[in-house]
Structures are given as C-alpha cells and as structure tokens.
Design a protein around this ligand. Structure first.
Ligand code: 13P
Length: 337
C-alpha cells in the first residue's frame, strides 16, 4: 500500500490534476435541471459515468472526487465507480464534509460541518476504495469575521488529522469566494489571512503536510468588480499569498475554479506556473482540481441524451487537456508571451 505522501505526490504528478465531480445531490440536481435533464439518482449516475468513462481521461487526471451517492453507485451494467476508476488508473476521492451552516456571532459567516462520526465514515469510505478525501470551507470577503476564519481553519485541521489517521489523503480546501465586488487586493489579503490560519491549525493538530494536497482559490477580483486583473497579475498575487503561508513540505497546490470558465482558469493556471518558473520554481506542484471549469461544457452538450455522450466526452477531454497543459507551463512560455 502506498504511503500518504506517495498518494499525495501521485495526485499532483506532472501533467496531472484532479477532476472534482462531487457536487452534493442538491447541487447536482439543480445543475441537471438547468441543463434540461430530470434530476434522479439514475441521471446523476449516468452523468458521472459519462465523465469517468471519457476516453483518455487518465492522461490528464490522477483522481476523481465523488460524493457519497456516487461512491455507492456502479457504472450502468458495470462495476462500482471506485473499481471503474482504479481500472482506468484514476484514484477515487470522496467529499466528506456535510456543507455549511451559519456560524453564531460571526456577522453572517458560515462554518463547514461534518466532523461528527467522521472517523467511522472515513473507515467505511476507505474500505470502499476511496484513497483521498475533500473538505471545503468557504469565506466571503465582505464582512469576514475572525471567528469564521478560526472555526473553519480548526475544522479543516480536525478533518485532515482524522483522514491521515484513517490512511486517507486529505484535500484541504479553503475557498475565498468570487461572490461580491471586492478587488483583487481584498482577495489577496483575505486569502493570506485564511491560509495562515489554516496552516497554523494543521501544524497544531500534528498533520503531516507531506501527506496533504492544498486546494485553494486563485487570487482574483470578485465577479462583480469592474477592475478584473489579467493572468499576469493574478499569478503574482496568487504566488505571493501562497508563498507567505504554505510550507515547502506541501507537495502540491491544486486550484479550484470557483466559477471561472475553462479558458479563464487555464490562462490563470498557465500564468501562475510561468511566473513560478521564472522566479526559480515554487516548492509545490501547481495544478488543477477544477469542477465547473472542466465539466460544465460536457453537461450542456450531453442534455441527458445518450447519443450526445461522445460529444460531451470530447468537450471534457479537451478541457482537461488544456488544464493539464496549463499545469506544465514553464518560464519559456512566459518569456515568449
Ligand atoms: P469548482 O472548480 O467548480 O469551483 O469546484 C471545485 C470544487 O471541488 C468545489 O468544492
């Protein structure tokens, strides 16, 4: 069996990223409805089966994150999802958090829940083939209260420690949301504060940083901000925020897409890698763990119609290929840009 640092390193191996296909039943149902597909357990299964069976997916993707419902399902007429993933050389991850709830006395902040019974749930998920896990905390820059930062950082660290104790690699996901009209400078400051708190708690909890993957937001302006920075500025701000808080022992940073299009997220990831290489290589691999930026085009093309499967899979593969290429950009690309 591979050690936690070996699994973490494999998740961020050169040219590889992670496909986040772990939307909760509620979120996935809304997205299916918006794409004109009736939201049922079967349609959610068929959609995730389409994603996983995309030809060539494992050239770009080391792991796929599933929700509990999908981990308990099988490909139509085939093996369970975790076995089907393993047969394709793709590691199975599981979203273990239970979503967010209002945090008292925090001016409207939210805390991610799901620590109760997590030890037993992790043992069960591990037995069913999950080798890594995900927990997402969200931070809205407008009016962010220190209690929201502290409570979420603490919960992320408790989760990460429980994962490692169960032999599961934790993906640690603190997301500063794009919602709002905040500037890139505000996103930078909030991201730096959040990352510092998260790594303080991870170290206090005894988590082996070589056995985690960090999944942060890129440092970008809020979606409602008129002044949207280009990739070069996003790269500088993102690397500064990471550099101030993320120890070199962390093997990889796999960014979420957070509502960016595939083109935008890949342009920013390319610039981040080019900038990192230009200033002498970051200590961590810099790759992707995108959800919407990989899958949205495929969902729209599919429409729940089996005859559209090939077209949908081609779109997913193209988006994954672009993200993989962006994760391998070097300083030469920046010089030529
Ligand atoms: P997006 O890339 O769509 O933000 O999703 C990533 C994810 O896993 C959110 O938890």
């Amino acid at each position: 069996m591979q050690s936690l640092p070996e699994v973490a390193a494999a998740l961020v191996a050169p040219g590889k990223g992670i496909l986040a296909a772990d939307e909760s039943v509620t979120t996935m149902s809304k997205r299916l409805e918006a794409a004109g597909v009736a939201p049922t357990a079967e349609s959610r299964r068929d959609y995730r089966a389409l994603l996983l069976t995309t030809p060539g997916l494992s050239s770009y993707v080391s792991g796929i994150i599933l929700c509990e419902e999908t981990l308990g399902q099988a490909l139509p007429g085939g093996p369970p999802f975790s076995e089907a993933a393993a047969a394709r050389g793709i590691m199975t991850g599981i979203k273990v958090d239970k979503g967010t709830a209002p945090l008292p006395f925090s001016d409207g902040g939210f805390v991610t829940e799901g620590l109760d019974c997590l030890r037993d749930r992790l043992a069960d998920f591990r037995a069913r083939g999950a080798v890594f896990a995900k927990w997402r905390a969200v931070f809205r820059p407008a009016g962010l209260h220190p209690r929201t930062v502290h409570a979420n950082a603490h919960a992320l660290a408790r989760y990460a420690a429980l994962c490692q104790d169960a032999g599961v690699v934790p993906i640690v996901e603190p997301e500063v949301l794009m919602d709002g009209d905040h500037s890139i400078g505000i996103c930078h400051a909030v991201t730096a504060t959040v990352l510092e708190a998260v790594f303080g708690e991870l170290e206090a909890m005894g988590v082996d940083l070589a056995g985690i993957v960090l999944k942060p937001n890129m440092v970008i302006a809020g979606a409602g901000c008129e002044d949207q920075a280009g990739p070069a500025k996003v790269a500088l701000n993102t690397l500064q925020a990471l550099g101030a808080a993320v120890p070199a022992s962390v093997p990889g940073v796999a960014f979420l897409s957070g509502g960016q299009s595939n083109g935008q997220a890949c342009a920013n990831l390319s610039a981040i890698n080019a900038e990192a290489a230009a200033v002498g290589e970051a200590p961590w691999r810099l790759t992707f763990s995108f959800g919407r930026a990989l899958v949205s085009d495929a969902l729209l093309a599919w429409h729940g119609v089996p005859a559209n499967t090939g077209d949908a899979q081609s779109r997913l593969a193209a988006n994954c290929r672009r993200a993989s290429e962006a994760s391998q950009v070097t300083a030469a690309a920046r010089a030529g840009a």
